[in-house]
Write a protein that binds this ligand. Structure first.
Ligand SMILES: NC(=O)C1=CN([C@@H]2O[C@H](COP(=O)(O)OP(=O)(O)OC[C@H]3O[C@@H](n4cnc5c(N)ncnc54)[C@H](OP(=O)(O)O)[C@@H]3O)[C@@H](O)[C@H]2O)[C@@H](O)CC1
Ligand SMILES: Nc1ncnc2c1ncn2[C@@H]1O[C@H](COP(=O)(O)OP(=O)(O)O)[C@@H](O)[C@H]1O
Ligand SMILES: [Mg+2]
Length: 282
């Protein structure tokens, strides 16, 4: 099988140090479309992880109820709001991002579903889809053909099942995901222990991470990291591989200090600096 283990040396080959002449305008602008009433935290985590992974500019697009939460929790992040108070109804913005994430904490209101449909019909910006964006696609499978090639999907096992149906073995899961990836020309980050990235017949198995990551918001943070790397002009497959590796590495570095129990999604963000340094020094 065409399976590559994502080890330190594979990451070193792919990692690009930041240019000394870089400025915020060259470091990529990422847009995070996320959150609904009660789940604005998902937008906070994804956008903060995005900023802490090196994007020069990050904008969060949230329902109105998320405005103050975002601005106070993340002063470095710009915030755009939907016209609706508690959920997203129309993905409309006047910025030119290099990568867009949609899904964490979004909810599945019918109006939010329609907003996604309209957006998919016209969008040409590299896209990362997670959580409710995936759930919405699962109940509207004909919209999958609207996605640009190399769109990144980051399902956990339940979200994957909603997209591709049930499987009876790991082998069948892999085969069905490969077929799905080929049919829609998308990259699938099959989250789990370990996480496996699928791009058609190419399979990349991650080597970092531990059970400390089994905590709320952990996937929202991964979405922010991968989106940041795409905005910084990594190829989508490289962003997916590097993002998953860094995400796991934060937990591996933190574990001796925090233990499994007390490690939370914000700690992934806190340890991103150490994870990047580990890669740079390899
Ligand atoms: N602070 C916030 O604002 C947060 C907001 N969040 C947002 O909430 C929304 C709902 O997202 P969600 O993932 O909690 O719900 P859902 O899709 O029904 O999946 C849950 C079911 O999936 C399964 N399952 C999951 N992982 C699995 C695994 N590794 N291995 C096996 N099974 C696994 C498991 O199924 P079970 O085993 O119970 O059958 C579980 O019950 C979404 O928008 C998200 O972004 C969250 O990110 C949290 C922080
Ligand atoms: N036991 C584990 N070992 C390694 N990684 C794990 C483990 N449990 C969870 N993870 C990782 O944590 C993340 C969980 O994502 P997700 O279920 O979407 O969380 P949330 O929706 O709460 O943000 C995934 O990246 C997954 O690979
Ligand atoms: Mg999730």
């Amino acid at each position: 099988m065409n399976m590559l283990h994502i080890t330190k040396s594979e990451i070193t080959k792919r990692y690009k140090p930041i240019d000394s002449k870089a400025h915020k305008g060259t470091q990529g602008h990422a847009l995070i479309v996320a959150g609904s009433y009660g789940k604005i935290g998902a937008a906070v985590l994804a956008s903060k992880a995005c900023l802490k992974s090196g994007s020069g500019l990050v904008t969060a697009f949230v329902p109105k109820c998320g405005y103050q939460i975002l601005q106070i929790s993340n002063p470095e992040i710009m915030t755009l709001t939907d016209v609706e108070e508690t959920f997203i109804s129309n993905i409309d913005f006047d910025i030119k991002p290099q990568a867009i994430a949609i899904g964490p904490g979004l909810g599945q209101e019918k109006i939010t579903q329609n907003a996604l449909h309209q957006f998919f019909k016209s969008n040409t910006v590299p896209l990362i889809l997670d959580a409710d964006a995936l759930n919405i696609l699962s109940i509207n499978k004909n919209w999958l053909s609207l996605l640009q090639p190399k769109t990144i999907l980051t399902p956990h096992p339940k979200e994957l099942e909603r997209l591709i149906g049930k499987w009876n073995s790991d082998e069948e899961k892999l085969d069905k995901t490969k077929a799905f990836s080929k049919q829609y020309h998308v990259i699938v980050v099959m989250k789990g222990a370990p996480t496996v990235v699928i791009d058609g017949d190419a399979v990349y198995k991650n080597s970092t991470g531990n059970a400390a990551l089994a905590t709320a918001g952990s996937g929202d943070v991964l979405t922010g990291i991968i989106t940041s790397l795409v905005a910084q002009s990594y190829e989508p497959i490289t962003a997916a591989i590097l993002g998953v590796y860094l995400h796991g590495l934060t937990a591996d570095i933190a574990l001796p200090k925090t233990g499994h129990h007390a490690f939370i999604a914000s700690d992934i963000i806190n340890y991103l600096g150490k994870a990047f340094l580990t890669i740079e020094n390899e």
